[in-house]
Design a protein around this ligand. Structure first.
Ligand SMILES: CC(C)(COP(=O)(O)OP(=O)(O)OC[C@H]1O[C@@H](n2cnc3c(N)ncnc32)[C@H](O)[C@@H]1OP(=O)(O)O)[C@@H](O)C(=O)NCCC(=O)NCCS
Length: 155
């Protein structure tokens, strides 16, 4: 997948894609959100990946990792996740976190381990996704994951 950085003119298309795959689609243009996406030959969005960083830059909240259902199980999701991990590490993050209720085995294959959602919310409290999940009550229903980032981002 060839990734493009999501700019203001792309937000609506990426938000529509994220809604289709049942991920949070708000706040994509919030400060601190880094987001990339891929299109197919017809121009439809078929993949996305990104993260938000904590104020001190040490923690990254991976979000919006998704693949069009028709293109899954071919390694694309792992490649998209690794891209976000690599970029977050290159930016200086030393720990990656995420919320995922349904895709735990996928994230475990990328060295994520179960984490306390309140620890996540503490270190990444300023991010759009944590503020949204706190205000909506979704935080208490979420499953959190974390992993250390090495200098090369991923293993
Ligand atoms: C999670 C997701 C990105 C994986 O994309 P993908 O292109 O299929 O990923 P890969 O091909 O690299 O890896 C697939 C493997 O991950 C594991 N996996 C992925 N999703 C899984 C799930 N929900 N439950 C259990 N295992 C899962 C499986 O081992 C799978 O292997 P299989 O296809 O042989 O069964 C994709 O399923 C998706 O877009 N899901 C909806 C959005 C989402 O939940 N994103 C994560 C939260 S940010």
């Amino acid at each position: 997948m060839r990734l493009e950085r999501c700019g203001p003119g792309d937000v609506a298309a990426v938000a529509a894609f994220l809604s289709e795959v049942d991920l949070t689609s708000s706040g994509l243009d919030a400060p601190g959100v880094r987001l990339w996406f891929a299109r197919d030959e017809q121009g439809a969005v078929v993949g996305s990946t990104g993260y938000e960083v904590s104020g001190d830059g040490r923690h990254a909240l991976i979000r919006s990792v998704a693949v069009n259902p028709a293109q899954r199980s071919r390694g694309r999701g792992s490649a998209l996740a690794r891209f976000a991990l690599y970029r977050a590490a290159a930016e200086g993050a030393t720990t990656a976190w995420l919320f995922s209720r349904r895709s735990g085995p996928f994230w475990q294959s990328l060295a994520f381990e179960p984490a306390d959602r309140h620890d996540l919310a503490h270190v990444l409290g300023e991010t759009h996704q944590v503020r949204l999940f706190r205000s909506s009550g979704q935080l208490d229903r979420e499953t959190a994951w974390r992993r250390t980032l090495t200098d090369d981002g991923v293993r």
